[in-house]
Design a protein around this ligand. Structure first.
Ligand SMILES: *[C@@H]1O[C@H](CO)[C@@H](O)[C@H](O)[C@H]1NC(C)=O
Ligand SMILES: *[C@@H]1O[C@H](CO)[C@@H](O)[C@H](O)[C@H]1NC(C)=O
Length: 237
């Protein structure tokens, strides 16, 4: 009898996992959060080198205009040593809400921030922050508890060392957060190279932020005797 009950609960669990599946990003359901990517906090990031990391945080913020995602930016005590958001990020978001927190470590503890996130009307959240283990993780756990599907852009969160990042990412995964790379985020948002935004907008974006892919496209353009990759700097204008 016990064995039967156990078998039944295992089957019920398996069916519910299969039925719900792994959440996927849907650009129509997603909002973007930029969490404490402040110029002072930048100095604590040692698990990614600074040149790569500045690229990754600007790329994260640039997903907003590229995919027309409502974006909420937030900072923690920005008049102190944490400092403001980098100007590149601010320039990408002239009209997005910025919530300047005066004490709340977990952004979700700010009423103004909760209201701004809810005002997006979206059910999925893509986020990244400094540090991975505090600013990203604390908020991600709260967002899961609030019923959002949460996607952490691992390339745009940073912390003191890789072991701390790994533990933080494990903690988030344990709570049901999807932890994925910037490339996975952008490909899941796009879905199909023939969409809009698709190849015409995403290739120039990758050329700017993910040179390995940009140069693949350039090599192809050169080999096919057409030096054009694709015009513009989509997502940045
Ligand atoms: C920001 O808002 C202003 C005024 O409504 C508008 O002219 C401008 O195009 C907007 N910029 C972006 C990037 O949405
Ligand atoms: C080069 O490729 C681009 C993108 O596919 C295309 O728009 C353009 O017409 C091509 N130019 C030539 C000379 O084939």
């Amino acid at each position: 009898m016990l064995a039967f009950r156990l078998l039944t609960s295992v089957l019920v669990l398996a069916v519910s996992v299969l039925a719900s599946g792994t959440p996927r990003i849907d650009k129509n359901k997603a909002a973007l959060l930029v969490v404490d990517h402040q110029v002072g906090l930048f100095h604590m990031v040692k698990d990614i080198n600074p040149s790569e990391y500045v690229n990754n945080i600007v790329a994260h913020a640039a997903l907003g205009p590229l995919f027309n995602l409502p974006t909420v930016l937030t900072t923690s005590a920005e008049t102190g040593p944490n400092g403001p958001l980098p100007k590149e990020i601010l320039q990408l978001h002239p009209n997005s809400t910025i919530v300047r927190r005066n004490g709340e470590v977990n952004a979700w503890h700010s009423e103004e921030f909760r209201a701004a996130v809810r005002a997006t009307g979206k059910t999925q959240i893509i986020l990244a922050g400094i540090t991975t283990d505090v600013c990203t993780t604390f908020l991600a756990l709260s967002l899961v508890e609030e019923g959002f599907e949460v996607f952490a852009n691992a390339d745009a969160s940073g912390t003191f060392n890789k072991a701390i990042a790994d533990d933080a990412n494990d903690r988030m995964r344990g709570a049901g957060v999807q932890v994925l790379s910037f490339f996975a985020v952008i490909c899941e948002l796009m879905g199909d190279w023939r969409s809009t935004p698709g190849a015409a907008q995403v290739l120039p974006f990758l050329d700017r932020f993910l040179p390995s892919y940009g140069y693949l496209a350039r090599a192809h353009a050169a080999a096919t005797n057409n030096g054009t990759i694709l015009p513009g700097e989509a997502g940045l204008n």
